[in-house]
Design a protein around this ligand. Sequence first.
Ligand SMILES: [Zn+2]
Length: 164
Amino acid sequence: MFSTFSATFSHLSSVVVDEVRSDGGGIALTARTVTREAACPGCGSVSGRVHGGYRRRLADLAAAGRQVVVDLLVRRFLCPAAECPRRTFVEQVDGLTERFARRTSLLRRSLEKIALALAGRPGARLAAHLAMPTSANSLLRLVRRLPDRQVGAAPRVLGIDELP
Ligand SMILES: [Zn+2]
């Protein structure tokens, strides 16, 4: 059972999932990081000195048509470099968390695909249907943040006067 869980939720392989529970109509996972050290994003120094932590609530890709949230306990580390302007920093989990983001990297990538295919409101309607609710404006923001090369590859919707 648990190996099936790990294979399905492979983006959570670097954290420990303590609990999986029903949360309203969705699924909530309680997880925590277990690495001993983290690198400061300001100067690159590696630190093992934990200076507290807090829970981040991240929206994740839907599972079996149900909305998924990850309650992730992340830690704040003290940067060991005296000259570094950041005295503390919060660890990020590769492939899972991004600075300031309230969704997992996996969900962000899926929403980007929807945004590129359908743009704002139609995209938001599809995302809601797929149990990954978001706003039209959020989808447009995701597209604006993409490198130009990815946006250029998106299918273009033809106007009526462009049809042969
Ligand atoms: Zn630093």
